[in-house]
Structures are given as structure tokens and as C-alpha cells.
Design a protein around this ligand. Structure first.
Ligand code: ATP
Length: 364
């Protein structure tokens, strides 16, 4: 997976005088599973459509295998797309839907049969050949769409929120299956989603976008453990983002207290963002905490409780297997390693916002 396959160089896309993509530079490697992740409207689909050849960038270049392909129409690119709306042909049965690309290429029947059967096996739809797509469940329809896109052995598969219409359980199953198929076939997948968990589960590389800009590129572990800025930290894990001041190396002030941390290299007394993940706070007795406050709400989340603790003027989110009742006084402690210090961003696009589960920006 080391060879560079696709390169986007300084891509700008302007719609109605507005820069939707501001300057996108991205390399996709051969056989990589790369995910474009970000809130609604950040430019993920636009980036995908530029790679697919459905849109020509206002400026910048697209390279495929070292060749500039800005002017190459979609059907001449070695790329196929699976959309959220599967767009199966309703008048064709499952077999013919999958065979469609081969029919266009006038592939002979015995080969069509062999390849369709292989695909049906891969997506677990053996025995469904004669069914009309309308009689399939959402998950089954999506499998047909994937088989149809893969039968031509594209070098790259573009997937735009392909699991968005499925219920949670099915979505999780399909995530694992898609990852397995990608590994089996060794095809490069470029995947668009606003679901951070989906991105972390499936990808080799995650590209976090916001406001037409790439915020961070990294492995799921990098993105989760070392977010580049407060936006990424918040979008990936519903973090607590707190205004603070970096007093000197390894010492930070926030919420009226001084804390030891593991960061250095900031200016003395530089205003910074402190990011603490909800699972990194430990609930302790009030007198034992570095901070103390009052439990405002508790929600049972299955594996943990999500508590909102009011400390001074602020609410902090805490995930813990311990449940302290609403109204109780609690202490919070956090180890230096879990206090993440980030430069305050000057770019408004990367400021922290809060998002609901659909990835829509929350007005509050
Ligand atoms: P979503 O998850 O909602 O699909 P996205 O990150 O994929 O969001 P895009 O579809 O790339 O976002 O759209 C980015 C912005 O560009 C949006 O504000 C959208 O309204 C705008 N946009 C997209 N296509 C066009 C177009 N053809 N003309 C004008 N504006 C457009």
C-alpha cells in the first residue's frame, strides 16, 4: 500500500462565488481505505465528485497514477462509485443488475456468469439472482449496488455515505463486510461519511474536513489520540474543550486551577485550548478531586454512564462506569497525560462546534 495512486494538488472549487473547497492537497495510496470525514456541507462529496470526474475543479490538478486527469470523463477513469441512493435498475433482476457493466462491455455469457456468481458469493447474496431489487431489504440492495460497482474490477471505488440509509445494526455488519471485501480484492476505497465511529472502524487513513479545508490526515489512532486542533478533537469524540493558558512548559492553568501536563513548546502564558476526553475524567470524592462540582444529569449509555458535572460556570462531560446520582457533589481528577493542549486556531473553519448525530451543525 505504498504506491501513490491519486493526487489532489491545490484543489479549489467555487460555486456561486463561494469557495466550497479552499485548497485541498491529498494523496491516496494504492489499496488504501481512505475516509473523508466531516460535518454536513464541509465538502466531502464535492471532493469525491472531483476524483470521480463528475466535477471539474475551479483550479488545481487531479493526478491518477502520475497522469493529470482533470479533463478525463468519468467513464474513462478507472473508478466506480456507490451512492447512498443505490440507484439499482428496478426492471432488472439482481443477476442482471450486477451483470450490467459486463453487458455494456459485451463480455461473453460464460464469463458474465462466472463473474456474477463470484460477486454474489462475495456479498452473500447467493440464491437471490432472480429477485427484483424492489423485493430486497435495504442492506441487500446495498450489497447488489456494491457488487455491481466491483464487477468491473475498478482500481478505485468511491463510496458516498453508502450505509447511511441502514439501521445501526445492519450498518455495523456492513462496515465489517465492506472492509473485508476491500482487503480481499485489494481495491482502493475512498469513503465519505459524517459518522466518526464508522470512519475510525473502517479506515487505514482518515481525512477530517471542515469548511472546505482539510483539518487533519492520519490513522484512526492518530486522529483519536492526537487531534490536530479543537475541531478535530470535538468532532471525533465529543470532548471537553476548555479555555486555558499555558503558563510554561508542562504547566497549564484552566478553570481557576493549575495543572501539570505533558506538553511543551508553547509561548509563555499563551492562551490555548485544553481538550479532555469524557472518559479521561475520573469521578472521585469532592475533597480528592482536582476540580469539584455537582452532577447535573446522568444518562445510562450501556457500557458507561454519561454524567454532566457543573464545575463553576461550566458543564463537563464525564464517562464512567460509576454512577453518582443527580445533585451529588463530586470531585474530578485527570492525569497529566490526558490533558491535551492545542493552539487556539485563527481559522474560523477549525473552531470547535458541536454537532448532532446527523453531523449537522448545532446552532447553539
Ligand atoms: P453532506 O454530508 O451533507 O453531503 P458534504 O460534506 O458532502 O455534505 P458537499 O456536498 O461537498 O458537502 O457540499 C459542500 C457545499 O457545497 C454545500 O454547502 C453545498 O450546498 C455546496 N454545493 C455542492 N454542490 C453544489 C452545486 N452544484 N452548486 C452550488 N453549491 C453546491
Amino acid at each position: 500500500m505504498s504506491k501513490e495512486l491519486i493526487n489532489l494538488k491545490d484543489i479549489v472549487m467555487t460555486f456561486d462565488g463561494e469557495d466550497i473547497l479552499k485548497s485541498i492537497n491529498l494523496t491516496v495510496k494504492d489499496e488504501e481505505f481512505l475516509t473523508l470525514l466531516g460535518p454536513s456541507g464541509c465538502g466531502k462529496t464535492t471532493t469525491l465528485r472531483i476524483i470521480g470526474g463528475f466535477l471539474t475543479p475551479t483550479s488545481g490538478d487531479v493526478y491518477f497514477d502520475g497522469k493529470r486527469i482533470n479533463d478525463l470523463p468519468p467513464y474513462k477513469r478507472n473508478v466506480n462509485t456507490v451512492f447512498q441512493k443505490y440507484a439499482l435498475f428496478p426492471h432488472l433482476n439482481v443477476y442482471e443488475n450486477i451483470a450490467f457493466g459486463l453487458r455494456l462491455k459485451k463480455v461473453k455469457e460464460p464469463e458474465v456468469k462466472a463473474r456474477v456468481e463470484k460477486m454474489l458469493k462475495m456479498v452473500n447474496l447467493e440464491g437471490f439472482e432472480k429477485r427484483s431489487p424492489e423485493l430486497l431489504s435495504g442492506g441487500q440492495q446495498q450489497r447488489v449496488a456494491i457488487a455491481r460497482a466491483l464487477i468491473n474490477h475498478p482500481k478505485v471505488l468511491l463510496l458516498d455515505e453508502p450505509l447511511g440509509a441502514l439501521d445501526l445494526k445492519l450498518r455495523k455488519e456492513m462496515q465489517l463486510e465492506l472492509k473485508k471485501i476491500q482487503r480481499q480484492l485489494g481495491i482502493t476505497f475512498i469513503y465519505v461519511t459524517h459518522d466518526q465511529e464508522e470512519a475510525l472502524t473502517m479506515s487505514d487513513t482518515v481525512v477530517v474536513m471542515n469548511g472546505g479545508l482539510i483539518q487533519q490526515i492520519g490513522t484512526p489512532q492518530d486522529i483519536y489520540n492526537e487531534p490536530a486542533n479543537a475541531f478535530v478533537a470535538d468532532f471525533i469524540g465529543a470532548s471537553n474543550i476548555i479555555d486555558g493558558v499555558m503558563v510554561r512548559d508542562f504547566t497549564v492553568d484552566f478553570m481557576g486551577h493549575r495543572f501539570e501536563c505533558v506538553d511543551k513548546g508553547f509561548a509563555e502564558n499563551e492562551p490555548i485550548d485544553v481538550v479532555i476526553r469524557p472518559e479521561d475524567f475520573k469521578l472521585v470524592k469532592p475533597e480528592e478531586g482536582m476540580l469539584s462540582g455537582r452532577v447535573e444529569s446522568v444518562i445510562f449509555k450501556g457500557v458507561h454512564y454519561e454524567s454532566c458535572v457543573r464545575v463553576g460556570e461550566r458543564d463537563l462531560l464525564v464517562h464512567s462506569t460509576v454512577c453518582e446520582p443527580v445533585g451529588s457533589e463530586v470531585g474530578l481528577s485527570v492525569i497529566p497525560f490526558d490533558i491535551h493542549i492545542m493552539h487556539k486556531s485563527t481559522d474560523p473553519a477549525s473552531q470547535a462546534f458541536h454537532y448532532d448525530e446527523e453531523g449537522q451543525e448545532d446552532e447553539t
